[in-house]
Ligand binder design. Structure first.
Ligand SMILES: [Zn+2]
Ligand SMILES: [Zn+2]
Length: 144
């Protein structure tokens, strides 16, 4: 049975709509300073996808992009300011924020960049000091 599912979501005002298809590469929470500073929230709930699994289906002309570094292309809706996703070209992945795709069955499996946390979360999931070794990090774990 081939049951590839798609889930759509929108920015805060609805001008931008996107769809994700299939299964993400990874899901979890990022505690890094950049995610907190950009989102103005204590953690970022991420879902990482191959770029071809993410399609903007409406309002692409309203997407703004900011690159503080070449590693992260942060995107938002220029009409409402609502955040959408972050492209990570060095990984070949796109982080579609979990909050943007409410119907998607978000199942976080890991916390990353926990060394930078401002909000400890005792949920029993692994706490990576930075990111997994296969993504260029130390692969080290920290206590909750
Ligand atoms: Zn919007
Ligand atoms: Zn982060």
């Amino acid at each position: 049975m081939n049951t590839v599912k798609s889930y759509s979501g929108t920015c805060f005002c609805g001008a931008v709509e996107l769809t994700v298809t299939g299964v993400p590469v990874a899901m979890g929470f990022c505690h890094c300073d950049s995610c907190r500073h950009w989102s103005a929230g204590p953690v970022n709930a991420f879902t990482l996808w191959k770029p071809d699994a993410v399609q903007v289906t409406r309002g692409a002309e309203h997407i703004g992009t900011f690159n503080k570094t070449p590693r992260s292309a942060r995107q938002w809706c220029t009409k409402c300011g609502g955040h959408l996703m972050t492209g990570h070209p060095h990984w070949g992945l796109v982080d579609v924020y979990a909050a943007i795709i409410p119907e998607f069955p978000y199942r976080p499996a890991v916390h990353v960049n926990y060394q930078e946390t401002k909000l400890r979360i005792a949920d029993g999931l692994p706490k990576m000091k930075d990111v997994p070794a296969e993504m260029g990090g130390s692969g080290a774990s920290l206590p909750e």
